[in-house]
Design a protein around this ligand. Structure first.
Ligand code: KG4
Ligand code: ZN
Length: 347
């Protein structure tokens, strides 16, 4: 079974081809990605209208590239999958429109996929895929969630951010430090040269007794510290970046361990853009090693948005029987779509 997947929820256009046979873990045949980072950089953030227009420009050349790389033709594709939400409405409409038009022309079925389920299942594309059940730490630009995952489509929310996501905390703090968009990777790079204990920053909700997160206070503390430093900020920028990263990472690591203790599960899966953070990986590995828990990550290039995770999620939903593809080519997108709703109402 060959699945062609489209991702266009934000500022990356991704297309991929995933193949599965019988019960074997689906495998990636090819993927192609275009990041709009450079285009949005001048504005300091994603401009939705520009994002949609760029998805239109990129999606077909990327599709051709995927077919060429995998030596496949469109007629061999069995199912077309696309990101149905959450994300920017206009950007989602491009991928959904192209996927449904293509499927209709090929007379092949379509399957709409939840973007976060794509992230959640992306570690199954790695050389060291996890096994169910596991605790998932989902850390993307817009979401920070701990979930109990028992099988494909069985996602129970254990805790989540009550305000900013961890990725947002990285991005907003980076902006306050004068770093270019996208702030997360830039802050992480700068932090490598700084002292993580230089500034005492808050660890919000660390001792709250539940598995929720809050990161908006951290951003305010970074702003206060930056103002206090005034002209000295440029000399202490790396220290402040390292201290900010340390605060975010410590909360993510401790809450993940608390989730593992609460559920009694021995496996942790990390997914989403912040999962590419080196310090988070090092500290999670060290902490989990101590308590005999295995940690799984997506390959570094599949941590941030991509088409491979969408094609993979579609393959795993079909393989497990959780979803059926359909021939209804009328589509709607879901810019706001909690993952728990997907678990209750499989599409
Ligand atoms: O999962 P993703 O690509 O997009 C969403 O679905 O939101 O995640 C993007 C987020 C951004 O906030 C970005 O700054 C952050 O992931 N990010 C990182 C790193 N790489 C990406 N944050 C910290 N360290 C990194 N190395
Ligand atoms: Zn994402």
């Amino acid at each position: 079974m060959l699945i062609l997947g489209f991702e266009s929820s934000c500022d990356e256009t991704g297309v991929a081809l995933v193949e599965w046979t019988g019960d074997a873990v689906p495998r990636l045949r090819a993927h192609a990605l275009h990041s709009q980072i450079e285009m949005h950089q001048a504005y300091g953030g994603v401009v939705p209208e520009l994002a949609s227009r760029d998805h239109i420009r990129r999606v077909l050349p990327l599709t051709r590239s995927v077919l060429e790389q995998s030596d496949c033709s469109l007629s061999q594709v069995d199912v077309v999958a696309y990101t149905r939400g959450p994300g920017l409405a206009g950007a989602l409409l491009v991928g959904s429109g192209v996927a449904c038009a293509l499927a209709a022309a090929l007379k092949k079925p379509v399957l709409g996929i939840h973007h976060l389920e794509g992230h959640l299942l992306s570690p199954f594309l790695s050389a060291d895929p996890p096994q169910f059940p596991f605790v998932a730490l989902l850390v993307s630009g817009g979401h920070t969630q701990l979930m109990r995952v028992d099988a494909v489509g069985s996602y129970a929310l254990l805790g989540e951010s009550i305000d900013d996501a961890a990725g947002e905390a990285f991005d907003k703090s980076a902006k306050l430090l004068g770093l270019p968009y996208p702030g997360g990777p830039a802050l992480a790079r700068l932090a490598e040269q700084g002292d993580p204990s230089a500034f005492k920053l808050p660890r919000p909700l660390l001792h709250s007794g539940n598995l929720d997160f809050s990161f908006s206070g951290l951003k305010t503390a970074v702003l206060t510290q930056a103002k206090k430093l005034g002209e000295q900020l440029s000399a202490r920028q790396a220290d402040l970046a390292a201290s900010t990263q340390a605060a975010i990472v410590e909360v993510l690591v401790k809450k993940s361990l608390a989730a593992l203790a609460q559920t009694g599960l021995r496996r942790l899966v990390v997914a989403g853009g912040v999962g590419a953070n080196r310090s988070l990986r090092e500290q999670l590995n060290a902490a989990c090693n101590k308590v005999g828990v295995r940690v799984h990550y997506p390959e570094l290039d599949l941590c941030t948005d991509n088409g491979a995770m969408i094609a993979m999620a579609a393959a795993m939903r079909l393989q497990s029987g959780v979803a059926q593809p359909n021939n209804d080519y009328s589509f709607d997108v879901k810019p706001r779509w909690p993952l728990q709703q997907l678990a209750a109402n499989p599409v």
